[in-house]
Design a protein around this ligand. Structure first.
Ligand code: NAD
Length: 350
């Protein structure tokens, strides 16, 4: 099988991870880098591929099978549209757009032209999340009642040296919570309403540092979520899933507990507690408990394999522009709820 040619636009923090994965893939090869920053020349030289300052200049000289857009958020939509016009598939990093309006525009055009656009919510490709979603989907927990989640971690103080990270929009709601929304929707289905209470009392910056969120899902289950980037805790996906080796990991901690009428699942320890029989459902009776085995794999690597299948027209994108837009819609609803102290209703994705 011919190796697909993939270019990476944006050789920054996450772009370099994509480059490494493409270089070690058996399905695709790196064909070019697009980045106007002077630092990109050394990366292009070390990977032995041409470097272009803009996407248009690359397309004038070379049409790869796909492009990874690992560029700043405000450029996602325009660059994805440029890929669509060139007839080239794209993996657009999350968030799919910097505004809902721009995201809707991209969604309309991508759907109308049946463009091959995958949004980079890479956790959807996590085998831990896939196994947990399967257990919930099979009805092992019974009727879904609730989910309790957390993303509580401590970002080092020098992270806030960059001014934009201290201002509204640069905080954990828009940066981190969008990943959690993707996970919660994969586990429990669509979110139809949110309420939130935010605080900046600990760090004292204009941006929030801690947020308490409540959700209503379309299936009537409820959820609570604690988000904080100033909490000395390991209760986050990053520190418990063992998927990103850059973080210290704590395999005995959970970040979600999904609860139904017949049982509960702690994620990612995958401790499952269920009542053996319907008539045993009582807090006086013991659960059957077991740990569901999981095979761990790098979700970014699995995402690349999936992107290759999308480029070969073998599968539809697992995270479409519409899905990415819905994750953004819920995330923005949390910010709105926190600002206004009110319930915010969310229209469903389709
Ligand atoms: N999936 C994830 O877990 C994850 C993690 C980190 C970042 N991201 C997303 O990836 C994107 C990039 O984030 P980052 O942290 O790597 O940022 P970064 O600032 O480290 O890198 C961005 C790169 O894009 C380059 N760039 C700027 N304008 C460009 C243009 N017009 N054409 C080509 N390149 C251009 C910059 O020179 C820089 O090298 C963001 O949208 C971010 O939200 C996703």
């Amino acid at each position: 099988m011919r190796k697909l040619e993939i270019a990476v636009a944006g050789a920054g923090l996450i772009g370099r991870r994509h480059i490494e994965l493409i270089l070690s893939s058996t399905e695709c090869q790196l064909s070019a880098i697009v980045d106007p920053a002077p630092g990109a020349a050394a990366i292009a030289a070390s990977t032995n591929v041409p470097l272009y300052p803009t996407l248009s200049e690359m397309f004038a000289a070379h049409r790869p099978d796909g492009v990874v857009l690992a560029i700043p958020n405000h450029l996602h939509v325009d660059h994805a549209l440029e890929c669509i016009r060139a007839g080239v598939g794209a993996l657009v990093e999350k968030p799919v757009a910097h505004t809902l309006e721009a995201g809707r525009r991209l969604c309309d055009i991508a759907e109308r032209t049946r463009a091959r656009i995958l949004v980079g919510h890479h956790r959807v490709h996590s085998s831990v999340l896939a196994t947990a979603s399967e257990i919930v989907g099979q009805g092992t927990l019974g009727r879904l009642v609730a989910v309790v989640g957390s993303a509580m971690f401590y970002k080092p103080d020098d992270y806030f040296d960059e001014a934009w990270r201290r201002q509204a929009g640069g905080g954990p709601i828009l940066i981190n919570m969008i990943h959690e929304i993707g996970n919660l929707r994969a586990l429990c289905g669509d979110i139809v309403a949110v309420q939130a209470l935010a605080s900046n009392a600990t760090r004292g910056f204009a941006v929030e540092d801690t947020v308490a969120i409540t959700f209503r899902f379309a299936n009537d289950a409820l959820g609570t979520f604690m988000l904080s980037d100033t909490a000395a805790s390991a209760r986050s996906w990053e520190q418990t899933s063992q998927e990103n080796k850059s973080y210290a990991t704590y395999p005995d901690e959970d970040c979600y507990v999904v609860v139904g009428t017949d049982g509960s699942l702690a994620v990612p320890t995958m401790r499952l507690k269920t009542y053996p029989r319907r008539e045993d459902r009582s807090w006086w009776k013991p659960f059957e408990t077991r740990v569901v085995p999981i095979h761990r794999a790098d979700p970014l690597e699995r995402q690349l394999v999936h992107f290759c299948a999308v480029l070969r027209d073998e599968v539809a994108p697992r995270v479409s522009v519409r899905d990415g837009l819905q994750n953004l819609r819920v995330t923005e609803a949390i910010a709105e709820a926190a600002r206004g102290g009110k319930l915010v209703l969310i229209p469903e994705a389709s």
